[in-house]
Design a protein around this ligand. Structure first.
Ligand code: AMP
Length: 398
């Protein structure tokens, strides 16, 4: 039987959605509500391949969800709301509680709420999104899909920080990782493209978007990942610094008379590409500025490429070799130069890419040469599809 399933990503003032026809896995529509709570909020929805946009006041997420459901009817995208048999929600922080997606019940809501402390910008917004759909579609199952659950297979030596142990025991300070849904999806696609079970492969996945993380995968399981307690750890990103000596925080607190929260905020929002280049947080702008001779734009990119190569080198050791490297997300899928510059730094591992094959954007393709010791793929990620699949699996929709 064919059913419709909604994948939702609720932020504090936004709600992104994608409606799938399952099990065919076709996208029926997608869109976003932004600036929720403001007078000039806007709502976009794709109708017959074209984006329709409305600017209007949207009081809260409840109103946004109702507007979306009404639009599905008025735009003849669905005949009746009862055609939607399940809703899947992306959740940033599942902490130590969730190593898989789950069907939402009171206990799941309580746990996501308890984890708000670890993801104060995201988990409260996700809960608002879940409640809005529960109210609008009573009786329809809601599923939560966690960015962290794929990383729960890390061993203690990978997820622990070398800090006073009580911080871990009392405050759950450890590495949780992020982008797990994406890492898992592209690793499985990679195995399918190679034609071997994922359990027989050692894969490093590079999710390089505005937020960016790497993952070392063995037996289809995460062995290590670059993001930590929060998405600030790891490689430099659009506006995030990635790893640095924590002393920088207290030093700059003193120099600029700021408190630690303010400095960490700057490490999250004013650093990375933006901080080093002073140009932009967008890799396209940096590549253009660099081509026009801007050395700081080149430096911002080079720092990131070096750190990506550093991680891949350390994962090579951790995994005892690598069968395949996968590039995904906005930059990984679309920037030939990023891939070329990272792989260039991995020469000692015998990795080679075919420059012509690499010169593509957003295609699922093998770009390494036949004599490369490690296969290199571009694999467009599809987190919403994983969410829709998990709704089918966990809500037992046949
Ligand atoms: P994401 O967070 O996955 O949406 O990725 C956003 C990042 O992808 C931004 O830094 C964009 O500049 C980058 N991106 C998207 N398209 C391209 C492109 N054609 N070339 C280089 N970077 C791109």
């Amino acid at each position: 039987m064919s059913v419709k399933v909604m994948a939702v990503n609720a932020g504090s003032s936004s709600l992104k959605f994608k409606l799938f026809e399952m099990p065919a896995e076709t996208v029926i529509t997608d869109g976003v509500v932004e600036r929720i709570g403001l007078e000039d909020a806007y709502f976009t929805i794709r109708v017959n391949g074209e984006k329709k946009k409305q600017v209007l006041p949207i009081k809260d997420h409840g109103v946004a969800v109702q507007m979306l459901l009404d639009a599905l009817i008025s735009e003849h995208i669905v005949n009746d709301i009862s055609e939607i048999k399940g809703v899947g929600h992306r959740i940033v922080q599942g902490g130590w509680y969730f190593d898989d997606s789950v069907l939402v019940d009171d206990e799941v809501i309580r746990k996501i709420d308890e984890l708000c402390d670890l993801a104060p910008l995201h988990n409260p917004a996700h809960l608002i999104g879940i409640r809005a759909f529960m109210n609008a579609l009573p009786g329809v199952p809601n599923i939560t899909v966690f960015d962290t659950s794929f990383h729960q297979s890390m061993s203690e030596e990978s997820f622990m920080y070398a800090i006073p142990y009580e911080w871990y025991e009392k405050y759950h300070i450890r590495k949780y990782g992020a982008h797990g849904t994406s890492h898992k999806y592209v690793a499985n696609r990679c195995a399918a493209l190679i034609g071997k079970p994922v359990e027989e492969l050692k894969i490093v996945t590079c999710h390089l978007g505005n937020g960016a993380s790497l993952c070392a995968i063995e037996n289809g399981l995460c062995k290590d990942t670059s993001m930590g307690l929060t998405p600030l750890e790891g490689i430099p990103m659009g506006t995030r610094s990635g790893n640095l000596d924590p002393t920088v925080v207290s030093y700059i607190c003193n120099k600029l008379n700021l408190n630690a929260t303010e400095v960490v905020n700057m490490l999250n929002k004013k650093s990375g590409y933006l901080g080093v280049s002073g140009v932009s947080n967008d890799s396209r702008d940096l590549e253009a500025a660099m081509a026009a001779g801007n050395d700081r734009a080149r430096l911002a990119l080079d720092i990131q490429y070096k750190r990506i190569a550093d991680y891949i080198g350390s994962y090579y050791v951790l995994l005892g070799g690598i069968d395949a490297i996968v590039f995904t997300a906005g930059i990984g899928e679309n920037s030939p130069r990023c891939r070329q510059q990272v792989v260039r730094r991995l020469g000692v591992l015998g990795v080679k890419i075919d420059e012509e094959k690499n010169n593509v954007r957003g295609e699922e393709i093998l770009i390494s040469t036949p004599d490369s010791k490690i296969k290199v793929f571009i694999i467009p990620t599809d987190e919403e599809l994983v969410i829709a699949r998990d709704v089918m699996r966990l809500a037992h929709i046949k």
